[in-house]
Every structure is written in C-alpha cells, then in structure tokens.
Design a protein around this ligand. Structure first.
Ligand code: GDP
Length: 318
C-alpha cells in the first residue's frame, strides 16, 4: 500500500471507522476519501456506484454498518438486516466494478453459532443455529462474507473478511438503551455517580462472558491485514481473553469511581453464554493487541466525559 494510495473508509464517523482514520493518518496515509452520510447514502445503489466510478479508490475499508447492543439488535432487527445488506452489497459490487486493489469487509463475532465451541475458530461458521437476539444482523454479515468469497471465486475480487470480537473505545455509541454493554454501563455508572443513586442495574445474570478489544487495536490489525493478507478464509480479531459481564461491570464501576451497589436484572436477555474468539490465525501473522482492558476503558471513559458529556457530541451509529 503506497502512502499516496487513495483509501476509502466507509463509516468513518463510527467507532471502527474513526479508529481506522486515526491509524491511517498516523502511518502517513493522507489520501483518504471520507464522505459524510449526507454526501453519500450507502443504502442507495446508484449513489454508491456513482461515487466509486467518480473517485476510483484503490483500497476500501468497509466499516459502515448499522450496529448496536443486544436490545437494539432485537428491537430494530428489520432495520439491521435491511441496512446492512444494502450497504455491504452496494459497496462490494461498486468496488468490484471500479476495480479496487483491495477491499476489507468487517463482520462480527456474532456470526458464529450460539453454542459454538470455545474459543471460537473460524471454521465454526455455519455449523449451528445463531443467537436469536442478533440473528438478523448476523445473517446480513454472513451474507457479506459469502459475497466476498463468491466474488473472489467468480471475479478474482481482492476482498478479505475480518471478524472482530466485541469492540469499545472513543467514538462509541453511548446510548443507554441501544449501545453495547461497555459504553452503556459506563454512562449508567457515570450518571449514577452524579445523581448519587444508591445502585446501578446491569442487564441479565452477569454470567455471560465476552471478549473486549479496543477499536485502536482493531484498526491496527485491519491495516496490517489489508497489507499482508489475501486469502478467502475469514480472520478472527480479538485479544484471546474474556471476562464475565459482572467482572466487566466491576471494572467499569472502578474506572468511573462510582461508590454504589450493583444489581442484576434477570428479566433482560443474556444473549450468547460465551463469545471468545480463537485468534491463532491472526497471531500466526505476528499481530498482538497493545491495549489492556482496564487502560482502554479508562481512555474510553475520558473520551465520554470530554465529548459526550461536555460537548454534547452524540457518537452516531454508523
Ligand atoms: P452481545 O455481545 O451481542 O450480547 O452485545 P451487548 O454488548 O449488547 O451485551 C453483552 C452482554 O452484556 C449481554 O449479556 C447483556 O445482557 C449484558 N449487559 C449488561 N448490561 C447491559 C447494558 O446496559 N447494555 C447492554 N447492551 N448489554 C448489557
């Protein structure tokens, strides 16, 4: 990848896209295409085709997606399957037509079966039923993987697929109801601290286990794979360690400095019992994460206080 290469980061205002832009800029890539949603609606086929025809990017990071936590995935399942299918189909097809040098598609660890054996190897894909709370999103992402792989076979399309574990970091969506667990709890603890509430409720039993990766680590891995990986097989991206939701909640309580109690609301869904990725394929390429969970949560909390709280920035779901 030449430093002058024209790079399109789709979804550059989201958690992953903004981390990719920081990472690319830090490495000296300055020819970045970053249209806003108003300038380019990725669900509109003609608009996306026109954009690719006009701009002819060399590299595409497909980080645009409709994403959310366990509740948003259930409540807005229709939006999630429609928007994600449209966005990825439009971008992948337009990239093929424009003859890009490489496209990197981002999936998710929720593509794997609910009861996949742990840690989850890439070969677990489509070996069992999905977790119902996010099956609409997962099916869209699985379709994206199939599309990239089918395009590789039929058209020699230079696409690769990464499956990140649960991500967090600056630029996240901090919506109390619709965000993922880490930002939602960060905000809930923060607000409880300010209002001196005696307790904070954590959804579910606290027993599910999740693996958390900082978005800057994901961006680092994505840039490496964009440059060094060109195979049809999907690649898991994680840190190789997981924690229970109860442990995560305790850590976030500490980071926020909330002195009150923690209670669990068992009427809320737990989702998949465990989602730890097998990262041996990625680690064999020589990559390792750099940001420890506690440090990353502290940094994300600082970003939340400085941006969402102080400046009223609402990190959008993009
Ligand atoms: P998932 O990995 O797809 O299940 O996504 P989430 O990040 O939304 O949820 C992870 C786990 O955290 C689930 O077991 C949730 O029930 C639990 N959880 C606990 N409190 C919260 C919360 O406030 N918001 C969310 N989204 N999840 C929570």
């Amino acid at each position: 990848m030449k430093q002058t290469a024209k790079i399109y980061v789709a979804g550059h205002r989201g958690l992953v896209g903004s981390a990719l832009v920081r990472r690319l800029q830090a490495s000296g890539f300055s020819n970045l295409l970053l249209p806003t949603r108003r300038e380019l609606d990725l669900t509109r086929q003609q608009a996306v085709e026109d954009f690719f025809e006009r701009e002819r990017p060399d590299y595409v990071f497909l980080a645009a997606a409709k994403v959310g936590g366990i509740r948003a995935n259930s409540v807005f399942a229709g939006d999630f399957i429609r928007d994600n299918l449209l966005i990825q189909t439009n971008v992948i097809e337009s990239a093929r037509r424009a003859g890009v040098s490489k496209l990197l598609f981002l999936g998710s660890s929720c593509i794997y079966p609910k009861f996949a054996s742990q840690p989850i190897r890439e070969s677990e894909l489509m070996t069992g039923p999905l977790e119902p709370t996010n099956s609409a999103y997962a099916v869209a992402k699985i379709a994206g993987i199939e599309m990239v792989q089918a395009y590789r076979r039929q058209f020699d399309f230079p696409g690769i697929c990464l499956m990140p574990t649960n991500l967090y970091g600056p630029g996240d969506n901090f919506d109390l109801e619709n965000a993922h667990v880490a930002p939602a709890l960060m905000r809930r603890f923060h607000e409880a601290k300010l209002s001196e509430a005696p307790e904070v409720t954590v959804w579910g039993s606290g027993r599910p286990r999740r693996e958390f990766l900082h978005c800057d680590d994901l961006a680092d891995a994505a840039l490496l794979l964009m440059q060094e990986y060109d195979e049809a097989e999907i690649v898991n991206v994680g840190c190789g360690e997981d924690v229970s939701i109860a442990e995560l909640a305790e850590t976030i309580r500490d980071v926020v400095g909330y002195p009150g109690r923690l209670t669990f609301d068992a009427s809320k869904p737990d989702g998949t019992p465990r989602k730890l990725l097998d990262v041996s394929r990625l680690f064999a390429i020589g990559w390792r994460p750099k940001i420890a969970l506690r440090d990353g949560l502290e940094q994300a909390y600082q970003w939340y206080v400085e941006n969402v709280e102080t400046k009223g920035v609402r990190a959008t779901v993009s």
